[in-house]
Write a protein that binds this ligand. Structure first.
Ligand code: XMP
Length: 525
């Protein structure tokens, strides 16, 4: 999540990215981030109405903003930022663009020349908007609940009030321009009819709703053909949604110039390899090379128990295997990679330092001198799924749970060997199967098993047993940044526990993880 900025930031590879959609989706909106935790939500809501938009931090320069040619701007701000310098773009400059502006919270204060103001007496949170008028509220019936923010200004110069709570005005319209300011968040799920309000604003911007999965695919196919020419592209499939959609769209563009590689490192879940192979070869008709590297990985991991070392070994080995496969193809110039928009926004650096570097195949592009092809760079996760659907990927593939690159290694605590992995695989399959059967798969972010090298006493038939422990973990989350442990029904937990103890060799006890993130992470290592 882009959680605000704290100094002069930079926009990464703007020149490279800036031209991507120029001309193709001319009706675009710019969301300028003035430090709101819900900036991504604003952008997702705008995209959901089939309007293309991008997020720039409010440290963007006037040239960068002008070059984007926005048809409308949302200044996304929350409560008062703590000791942040004034953003470099002036209110006069933003108004001079002539595009409608919807300014929220601190974004509005910046527009009023009152950046950084705060006051003690402001109530943040839910409030009832009792009266609202004008085109921004067209189709919205009062009263309605809104999630408000502050500090509020009662009489902004040049503006007239257009919505009121019992405490006074919370939204304003400029007397002369199509510029609106609000001290509530239309993007918040806690604001009733917030989507209608945002939609009204987009109508005021006069934008065409042309951002559709089909239009995106058509445009990307053109762009990939331009970039790749007659070169060969290699793509590592992880089994996940992003790499699958990346491969499918590149294949649509350049057909058999694409070479897909699936590395079976022996750390996959039950049935995973078979599912990926079936989806690609049979459903999509995309050739796929499966590299069986299980023995190699397990040999390198033998005796290793330190989580970081496990990850390093896996990452390193993956690169080796992938390089060998690439050499087998010969003359590969491009690497298809499933980077998506949240990865790009998250890696927007503060003072040039990456917040999070995202490489599914870390270090590969530089080492092999490959140029990246990243067709999903502009997409949010739900858009990736919509594009995948457009390309014919099956729902089972699109709705797959996130799964870490190092696979079961980070869920098999202690020493990794084939027997313990098999035990974990069986238990994990039961967890997923029972959750699916209970009809809860769609409501849970991730549900899986973890194997602990902790033995406890029990009985198997007439014999005493002394076997390892299986942890069941299920979490709800929006974006994996925070997560809440799932309150699974006791009957479901009972079924899972009974089946694991009955059906899986090597597990003598099942426990349920009731820790949220933070303080815990979702994975155990
Ligand atoms: P944590 O454990 O940090 O995980 O709360 C957050 C999300 O990221 C996934 N995860 C990974 N994904 N490579 C990945 O591609 C990794 O090394 C990795 N580690 C964690 C995790 O499954 C969860 O969805």
């Amino acid at each position: 999540m882009w959680t605000g900025w704290s100094g002069p930031g930079r926009l990464p590879d703007m020149e490279e990215r800036g031209s991507t959609y120029m001309g193709a989706f001319a009706d675009r909106i710019l969301v300028l981030d003035f430090g709101s935790p819900s900036t991504q939500l604003v952008a997702r809501r705008v995209r959901a109405t089939n309007v293309y938009c991008e997020i720039f931090p409010c440290t963007a320069s006037e040239e960068q903003i002008r070059a984007f040619e926005p048809r409308g701007l949302v200044l996304s701000g929350g409560p008062a930022p703590v000791s942040l310098p004034r953003p470099p773009v002036s209110a006069d400059f933003l108004l001079s663009l002539g595009a409608p502006i919807l300014a929220l919270g601190q974004g509005f204060l910046h527009l009023l020349g009152r950046w950084g103001e705060s006051s003690e007496d402001v109530q943040l949170g839910p409030a009832e908007i009792r009266r609202a008028q004008g085109e921004l509220f067209s189709g919205v019936v009062e009263p309605f609940q809104a999630w408000t923010t502050g500090p509020r200004v009662a009489d902004p110069a040049g503006f007239v009030p257009i919505a009121w709570t019992n405490d006074g005005p919370v939204a304003f319209a400029h007397r002369d321009h199509r510029v609106y300011g609000a001290f509530f968040h239309p993007e918040s799920p806690r604001t009733e009819k917030g989507d209608v309000i945002l939609d009204n604003f987009l109508s005021l911007c006069g934008v065409e709703r042309s951002w559709t999965p089909a239009a995106f695919v058509a445009r990307q196919v053109e762009l990939i053909r331009q970039q790749v020419g007659d070169g060969k592209v290699i793509c590592a499939l992880s089994g996940g949604v992003d790499s699958a959609v990346t491969a499918a769209i590149i294949h649509r563009a350049v057909g058999d110039q694409l070479h897909c590689i699936f590395v079976d490192h022996g750390l996959l879940r039950k049935g995973e390899k078979e599912q990926v192979v079936r989806t690609f070869r049979e459903v999509l008709g995309i050739p796929l090379e499966v590299v069986d590297a299980e023995s190699r990985f397990l040999e390198r991991l033998a005796g290793v128990t330190d989580p970081e070392q496990k990850r390093k070994i896996i990452g390193h080995e993956f690169i080796e295997v992938f390089e060998e496969a690439a050499r087998g193809i010969g003359d590969v110039r491009f690497l298809g990679q499933g980077t998506i928009y949240p990865d790009v926004i998250e890696s927007i650096s503060l003072e040039g330092k990456p917040v999070k570097s995202h490489h599914n195949v870390g270090g590969l592009p530089e080492r092999m001198n490959l140029e990246l092809v990243e067709p999903l760079r502009e997409l949010f996760k739900d858009e990736v799924r919509a594009v995948g659907r457009e390309l014919g990927l099956p729902e089972s593939q699109l709705n797959r749970q996130p799964f870490p690159g190092p696979g079961l290694a980070v869920r098999c605590l202690g020493e990794i060997n084939r027997a313990r992995l098999d035990t974990l695989r069986e238990a994990d399959a039961i967890v997923r199967e029972e959750i699916e059967k209970a009809g809860l798969a769609g409501t849970i972010w991730q549900a899986f098993a973890i194997l602990l090298p902790v033995r406890s006493t029990g009985s198997r038939g007439h014999d005493r047993s002394y076997e390892e422990t299986c942890v069941v973990r299920a979490v709800q989350s929006e974006d994996a940044v925070t997560a809440e442990w799932s309150r699974l029904p006791h009957e479901l937990l009972a079924r899972i526990s009974t089946r694991i103890c009955d059906e899986v060799q090597g597990i003598g006890r099942v426990v349920y993880d009731i820790t949220s993130k933070p303080p815990a992470t979702i994975e155990w290592e």
